[in-house]
Every structure is written in structure tokens, then in C-alpha cells.
Write a protein that binds this ligand. Structure first.
Ligand code: FAD
Ligand code: MLT
Ligand code: ZN
Length: 484
């Protein structure tokens, strides 16, 4: 482990932070701060003089004011589940005053649930699974859902504009947010916790911080939209003969009842093989292994919506048309969870199976089959023996075009080719009119792609916004924007 003990000159600063936040609010011991200095994928290792854990917006503001005064960089951190190294401090701080991680973990209160306006006002450190649970306790639904929901926090989810499994029906995190409270890089606070679906009052500043990945300020609280709870669900795992058949099945469901599709996820045979090989108790409930799978999840807020009937009718027609070769319908909540587990364990299974290169990309939904075919072929041609593991959110065009290392390569040799692999996939994505960053964000991983994909006036405008709000450059340096 690198030496993370504070340099002697940081002692007075740490004393100031302790005076502001109390003993629970400042972590300094190397063992305590170590989990905050590495990303989930284990790609990046940073350092920090301390982890600050403010418990209120006022405390966040006081910390930021102090950091601004001393030129200390701030790395906002939620659940630290970023896939792109977004919440990991730099290995060598670029800010003159050094750097701190600012964790929102103690700001985890639900300030208000309003079932008349169907909103929930929560603090940034609330874990997503808890937000879902609180919504359910009030007879409502907070629909954002992803594999990291037991750890990822509302502030991090908004700062990355997270997508996940339900974008096809409810949109991304941005669409689920009505108002924000934000501490700006000079310590001032935007009190924007309004719950208004219509609020055209100049620049929509709240949207500037969604997807900003902590480079413009710190989200401390948000007003989230709630929806009617699901009263009926139907879930199926299907084996399909090709990527085109998967798309055809999606179209069938949309044509039958667009509003009923809550999630439509694609998985490859290789990915499912990794899950069943590495995850205890993971079993595919179908007759035989297939090359392509689809998870269809339907839900309705109305009892008697007939989703089971809808599911069976669409699948029967698809079986007849040869678009589905086998299907298993969940008969209980336990079976539904078991089917979802096969999908949600893909990231963990990939981690256990060795090194992987992640390509979080999106294309128009109609181009998903071509993306999977062409990008897989490009990866195999570049790295013979590598295993393409495409999976994800087919219903919104976001496929994780991930690549697992060849079994006879070392992880280091494979990861050394990361950028070649990403370039090969991105060439296909560009050709299909897609994006090199669908839902995970830019973080540190993709800053060097920004000039090519978002160069010219777009990147220039981003830089000017950054300079206007954060002239000292203390908010999450080295992330999102490439070096000038
Ligand atoms: P962190 O990782 O702590 O931070 C993410 C970024 O936001 C960093 O740039 C950080 O500086 C900034 N930040 C954090 N909190 C704040 C704040 N309060 N104010 C300002 N900036 C802040 N993502 C998806 O979109 N869809 C998925 O389906 C999905 N599945 C995943 C599955 C697994 C197993 C894992 C490990 C990750 C997955 N992710 C997915 C990625 C990750 O969970 C999301 O990016 C999530 O939004 C990060 O939330 P977090 O609280 O962990 O944020
Ligand atoms: C997921 O959808 O499971 C993650 O976003 C994908 C990944 O691990 O690449
Ligand atoms: Zn995803």
C-alpha cells in the first residue's frame, strides 16, 4: 500500500477540518482512508490528505470554503462505484494545496416524501436501494435500478446521470430529478430544491450538475420524482437465435404494449457462461445453453393489467416466428430475482474471470445488432482469443461492449491494449452514429477521447463553464475534461 500518511505541513489544515466537522467528520488513518483511494475496478490508486465526511450542507459549504482558500482539490465521493475512475483522487495531486476526498456518506437523510406531489427530497449520500425502499414504504416507486444500487448514492447517480435497467421506460437519472441543492466551488449554496415539473426561469442550472461528475460543485440534496408502485409484473428469460431476433422481440413487445416494458436486457452466451461459472447458485433455467439471451421485464401500476397474458402471447408469436427458441417465465418473486441475478452479476463475474476492458457505448436501438456483431468481430481480430461479452440495456441502445482477456494472457498485457480495444469498438460506434460514453461517464478513463468526440465549440463551451464556476480548478481535477 502506498504511503498515505499526511505530510507535516498538512497538520494545521487537518486541525481546521476537525474543528469544522468534529471527530466523525475527518478520516486520516491510512487504513481508514484506503477504501476511498481506489476505484471499484482496481484500475486507479490515488492519495489524499484526508477523507472529509460532512453531515450537513452547511458543513459541506464550510469545507469547500476552506479548501478554496488553501487551493486544496476536492474529490466528491458517493458509493465509489464509478466504472471510469471518476471518484478516485489523483495519484499525484495537481492542486497546489494537495487534495481531499469529500464523502457524502453521512448526508443520508430523507428530508421529505410527498405522495401528493409524488416527490421525495433526499440527501446526496442516500444509497439508491434505501431510496427505493422508502418510496415503496410510501406506496410509490423510485424507478432507477442498477447492479450497484446497494452501494451507489443519489449524489453520485445524479453526477454521472446514471442509466441502468429502467431507462427504456423512465429515462436516466436526469429525468427523475426536479430540483437540486448544490455547493459551488467557492462555498456558496444554490438552494434549488423545487418540486416543479414546470420551472422555466433562465438557465436550467440544475441540469448543469447532472452528469458533471463533480467537476462543477457538490450536490448535497435532490428532489426526486416518484411514480405509482408496480402492482403487477411479469419477467421472462428468453434464448434467442441472433442479435436481430433480440431486436425483433423488443419490437414485438413495444408494439403489443409499449408502456408495459420496464426493462429489456441483452446477454451473450459467453457472458452467461462467465456468470454460471463464477457466481455461486447462478443457474440458467432453460433447456440448453444459447448464444444470445434476453431478459424481458413488464410491469404495470394497475391490478388486472394482464401482463402474464401479454407476456405469453408475445412469446408464443415469437416462438412461432423463430425469434425465440426457449423461454422461462418467473412463477414467483424468488424466480424473478434469480433471473435478474443472472443479468446483474455480469460485472462481478467479469471481474472474477480476469481483466476486462469496458466499452460503455450507445447506438440507435435499431443498430444494436450491427454494433454487437461488428464490434465483437473487431475485438476478436485485434486480440485473437479474447472473449467479447456484450450485454446490457438493449431497450435504450446502451450495450456494454466489454471484452474479457484471452485465458492464456496476463491481465497486465491485456490491459496494456485497453486503448486499442476501445478505439476499435469506438470506430464501429462512430460509424453507427453512437456515443463513446453512454451511462458511466468520462471520469478519468475517457478524458483523452473528449477532444475527438466533443471537440471544437462543444468542448470549448464546457471549458468556459468550468472556468466560470471553478476558476481555481479545485473540483475533481483530472476528470471529464482533458488537459488544455
Ligand atoms: P461515485 O462512484 O462515488 O462517484 C461518481 C462520480 O460522481 C465521480 O465523478 C464523483 O466525483 C461524483 N460525485 C459523487 N457524489 C457526488 C456529489 N454528491 N456531488 C458531486 N459529484 C459527486 N452505472 C449506470 O449508469 N448503469 C448501470 O447499470 C450500472 N451498473 C453498475 C453495476 C456495478 C456492479 C457497478 C460497480 C457499477 C455500475 N454502474 C452503473 C456505475 C456506477 O454505479 C454509477 O456510475 C453510479 O452512478 C455511481 O454512483 P456512486 O454513488 O458510487 O458515485
Ligand atoms: C451494468 O449494466 O451491469 C454495468 O453498467 C455494466 C458494466 O459492468 O460494464
Ligand atoms: Zn449498465
Amino acid at each position: 500500500m502506498p504511503d498515505t500518511s499526511p505530510a507535516p505541513e498538512t497538520a494545521p489544515l487537518l486541525a481546521e477540518f476537525r474543528a469544522l466537522l468534529g471527530p466523525l467528520g475527518v478520516l486520516e488513518a491510512p487504513a481508514d482512508i484506503a477504501p476511498h483511494l481506489q476505484d471499484w475496478r482496481g484500475l486507479y490508486q490515488g492519495q489524499a490528505m484526508a477523507v472529509l465526511r460532512p453531515a450537513s450542507t452547511e458543513e459541506v459549504s464550510a469545507c469547500v470554503t476552506l479548501c478554496a482558500r488553501h487551493g486544496i482539490a476536492i474529490i466528491p465521493q458517493g458509493g465509489n462505484t464509478s466504472m471510469v475512475g471518476g471518484a478516485t483522487p489523483e495519484a499525484r495531486p495537481s492542486a497546489p494545496g494537495g487534495q481531499v476526498v469529500l464523502s457524502l456518506m453521512r448526508m443520508n437523510r430523507v428530508r421529505e416524501v410527498d405522495t401528493a406531489d409524488m416527490t421525495m427530497t433526499v440527501e446526496a449520500g442516500l444509497v439508491l436501494a434505501r431510496a427505493q425502499q422508502v418510496a415503496a414504504e410510501h406506496g410509490t416507486l423510485f424507478p432507477l435500478s442498477l447492479g450497484a444500487e446497494g452501494t451507489a448514492m443519489i449524489g453520485g447517480l445524479l453526477s454521472t446521470n446514471a442509466g441502468g435497467n429502467t431507462t427504456v421506460r423512465y429515462g436516466n437519472a436526469r429525468e427523475l430529478m426536479l430540483g437540486l441543492e448544490v455547493v459551488l466551488p467557492d462555498g456558496s449554496v444554490i438552494h434549488g430544491l423545487r418540486r416543479l415539473p414546470k420551472d422555466n426561469t433562465g438557465y436550467a442550472l440544475r441540469h448543469l450538475f447532472v452528469g458533471a461528475e463533480g467537476t462543477l460543485g457538490i450536490i448535497t440534496a435532490a428532489v426526486l420524482r416518484l411514480f405509482p408502485a408496480a402492482r403487477e409484473t411479469a419477467t421472462a428469460l428468453c434464448a434467442v437465435p441472433s442479435e436481430d431476433a433480440a431486436l425483433a422481440l423488443f419490437r414485438r413487445f413495444r408494439a403489443a404494449d409499449e408502456g408495459a416494458v420496464r426493462a429489456f436486457e441483452y446477454m451473450s452466451g459467453i457472458g452467461m457462461g462467465l456468470v454460471t461459472a463464477t457466481i455461486e447458485g447462478a443457474v440458467i433455467p432453460l433447456q440448453a445453453p444459447a448464444e444470445h439471451y434476453v431478459l424481458v421485464d413488464l410491469s404495470a401500476s394497475r391490478e388486472g393489467a394482464g401482463l402474464r397474458h401479454l407476456m405469453e402471447g408475445v412469446l408464443e408469436a415469437a416462438l412461432e416466428a423463430g425469434e425465440v427458441t426457449d423461454a422461462a417465465l418467473a412463477e414467483s418473486e424468488a424466480q424473478r430475482a434469480a433471473i435478474w441475478r443472472l443479468r446483474e452479476e455480469h460485472p462481478e463475474a467479469q471481474k472474477r474471470a480476469g481483466a476486462s476492458v469496458k466499452n460503455d457505448v450507445s447506438v440507435p436501438v435499431s443498430a444494436v445488432p450491427e454494433l454487437i456483431r461488428r464490434a465483437s468481430a473487431a475485438c476478436r481480430a485485434l486480440i485473437p482469443g479474447s472473449r467479447p461479452v456484450p450485454f446490457g440495456h438493449m431497450g435504450d441502445g446502451n450495450i456494454h461492449m466489454n471484452l474479457a482477456q484471452p485465458e492464456d494472457w496476463s491481465a497486465a498485457d491485456f490491459l496494456a491494449r485497453s486503448h486499442d480495444i476501445m478505439d476499435a469498438v469506438n470506430a464501429v460506434v462512430r460509424d453507427l452514429g453512437g456515443s463513446f460514453s453512454a451511462e458511466h461517464g468520462i471520469g478519468r478513463l475517457k478524458t483523452d477521447m473528449m477532444a475527438e468526440w466533443r471537440g471544437g465549440a462543444e468542448l470549448d463551451a464546457m471549458r468556459r463553464i468550468k472556468a466560470a464556476l471553478d476558476p481555481q480548478g479545485i473540483m475533481n481535477p483530472g476528470k471529464l475534461l482533458p488537459d488544455a
